[in-house]
Design a protein around this ligand. Structure first.
Ligand SMILES: Nc1ncnc2c1ncn2[C@@H]1O[C@H](COP(=O)(O)OP(=O)(O)OP(=O)(O)O)[C@@H](O)[C@H]1O
Length: 122
């Protein structure tokens, strides 16, 4: 039981270290983090509802998590095969495609939340 708990705490530490590495070294994650901060400020500014907060937080989390996994896949791909290979290109394209799905969903959520606040509030 003690080992289980210390193991989980250690795992959490590695995860926080990984999140910090992404924020420090990955330009795409840095851009998404800035967008997340702007959207959070917008949420307070427009006074969005709790449900809208949940949607927004999920959208931000989905994009940043997918981008993190994409970065890990890119790193693995470069590690196992640093030279050009058509399969490595395909693996990276597919991983980037996953981020694209998440980003499209996040943009849709953002538009659905904010268009009414921007255009229909008197
Ligand atoms: N070793 C390779 N072999 C074949 N194609 C590759 C290789 N490395 C990259 N590519 C192609 O270049 C694209 C960009 O790859 P790269 O590793 O530069 O990612 P990136 O655009 O910098 O991603 P991110 O912005 O998320 O860091 C890939 O999606 C793939 O099509």
């Amino acid at each position: 039981m003690y080992n289980f708990i210390t193991g989980r705490i250690k795992g959490g530490g590695y995860a926080i270290k990984g999140a910090w590495l992404l924020l420090r070294h990955e330009p795409s994650i840095q851009v998404q983090f800035v967008i997340a901060v702007i959207m959070t400020i917008a949420g307070f500014f427009f006074g969005i509802t709790p449900t809208e907060w949940v949607m927004q937080i999920f959208a931000i989390g989905l994009v940043m998590a997918t981008e993190g996994v994409n970065t890990a896949i890119e790193n693995i791909a470069d590690f196992v095969h640093a030279d050009y290979h058509v399969k490595i290109g395909r693996i990276k394209d597919v991983a980037a495609g996953a981020v694209f799905f998440a980003a499209i969903a996040a943009v849709a959520v953002g538009l659905i939340i904010y268009i009414p606040y921007i255009f229909y509030t008197v």
